[in-house]
Ligand binder design. Structure first.
Ligand code: FAD
Length: 396
């Protein structure tokens, strides 16, 4: 069995590691000339850490990451805190694994090293997918430089603007949501001591929110601030911005938010893309995973986590399967994943209003709003099903 994967991001590499571990041959075709990830943070909830453990990279990554004590909300202007949920030991007791905040390059490196340990020449750089095709016996990936490669399976893990997805299903790129996310990485030592706690904070206010959490053994504070009502050029996914522009977007927000903006050595702006879930991923020997399949707003912090869950479930579905039975195995994979990931996409979209409600304008209206939307019971309903899932044993 030979599997071709277009895209060597977090999702593509996790799938490659899971397949190689099962003795299935894999080649990954990545458009970039070198393997690298954006220097920013990513939250990996217990369901994601179960997958990383199955892939043999969890303990190493845990050593490089942070395990915050709790998540809390703070009001955009006064800074008043409200609890969101306990992390640390409480999460380990409940789900068996921690909730880690991880430096993205650490995670990407760990997965790439794992893939290369299993097959040294599995990752082909400078290899952009251009189109795909198939017949009853094989799937074909056509590369932008004219090369053509064949396998028993082709997986599009090529992100939000997936060539493989658009080849299968026509133009299905997500649209710009009108929201821009500012991302900064702040050296921890430049922040005042009161802001160095091991806590994940979500600053919520009308029309925007900002998230901060420690990274890379608390060497950095990750800062992501989302604002509504922006324009964006179609052709690019991200661009450099300035401190002045970001301060203007968050005018009137609490001093601690302003401090994080002012202390970010570099601020990048990202277009947040949005689309309703597509109804099918698979045709014959070709399927999708990660953002290519279920592009999402990042407001449940599950996009990458669900990408690696996909990879493990895909590998389980292909394990021991005869090449003639690949189409049925891919249908099993899609059936196991599409309901869960569609619910995640919708949940992330619904969190836009929950983080940006006009009722968050003042402390008095925010108090009632948080009681209604963010007390223990609605939080449990919206998050428990995400974290309790185990891709190692979920039915396929
Ligand atoms: C601001 C922000 C914060 C986020 N925070 C979190 C979080 O806390 N937790 C979480 O789980 N998720 C988070 N996410 C979501 C997460 O980043 C994505 O869901 C995740 O990166 C998806 O992984 P992927 O491998 O599917 O796609 P990608 O990471 O986009 O990787 C796709 C890969 O394919 C390559 N590629 C693209 N086109 C081609 C082509 N034609 N041929 C070959 N290769 C190609 C790309 O170069 C890239 O390497 C966040 C996203 C944003 C924007």
């Amino acid at each position: 069995m030979k599997v071709l994967i277009a895209g060597g991001g977090i999702g593509g590499l996790a799938a490659a590691a899971a397949l190689l571990q099962r003795g299935i041959d894999v080649d990954v075709y990545e458009q970039a000339e070198e393997l690298k990830e954006v220097g920013a943070g990513i939250q990996i909830s217990p369901n994601g850490n179960k997958v990383l453990d199955a892939l043999g990279v969890f303990e190493g990554l845990r050593q490089l990451s942070c395990d915050p004590e709790r998540k809390e909300f703070r009001l955009w202007n006064t800074g008043r805190p409200w609890p969101m949920f306990s992390l640390g030991k409480a999460v380990i007791e409940k789900y068996g694994y921690p909730y880690l905040t991880v430096y993205r390059p650490d995670m990407h490196d760990a997965l790439a090293q794992r893939v290369r340990a299993l097959k040294p020449d599995a990752i082909h750089l400078g290899s952009a997918a251009a189109a795909c095709a198939q017949d009853a016996e094989a799937a074909e990936l056509q590369l932008r430089d004219g090369r053509r490669v064949w396998g028993d399976v082709l997986i599009g893990a090529d992100g939000v603007r997936s060539v493989v997805r658009n080849s299968l299903w026509g133009p299905t790129d997500p649209a710009f949501s009108g929201m821009v996310a500012w991302r900064g990485l702040i050296p921890m030592e430049v922040l005042p001591e009161r802001m160095q706690a091991s806590v994940g904070t979500t600053w919520i206010g009308p029309g925007g929110h900002a998230v901060s959490y420690p990274l890379h053994r608390s060497k950095y504070m990750n800062f992501v601030a989302t604002i509504e009502g922006k324009a964006w050029p179609d052709s690019v996914g991200s661009m450099q911005g300035t401190v002045e522009e970001c301060l203007a977007d968050f005018k009137g927000w609490h001093e601690d938010v302003q401090v994080m903006i002012r202390h970010s050595p570099r601020l990048l702006k990202w277009a947040l893309m949005q689309r309703d879930p597509i109804p099918a991923w698979t045709q014959g020997r070709i399927s999708l995973l990660g953002d290519a399949a279920h592009a999402t707003l990042p407001f449940l912090a599950q996009g990458a986590v669900h990408s690696i869950e996909d990879g493990l479930v895909l590998a389980r579905c292909l394990e021991g399967v005869a090449t003639a039975d690949v189409p049925a195995a891919l249908q099993r994979y899609e059936a196991a994943r599409i309901g869960r990931t569609s619910k995640m996409v919708r949940g992330a979209t619904a969190n836009t209003e929950r983080f940006h409600s006009r009722e968050l304008a003042t402390e008095a209206t925010a108090e009632a709003y948080l009681q209604r939307e963010w007390s223990a019971s609605p939080i449990h309903d919206r998050y428990h099903w995400l974290y309790e899932y185990d891709a190692r044993t979920a039915s396929i």
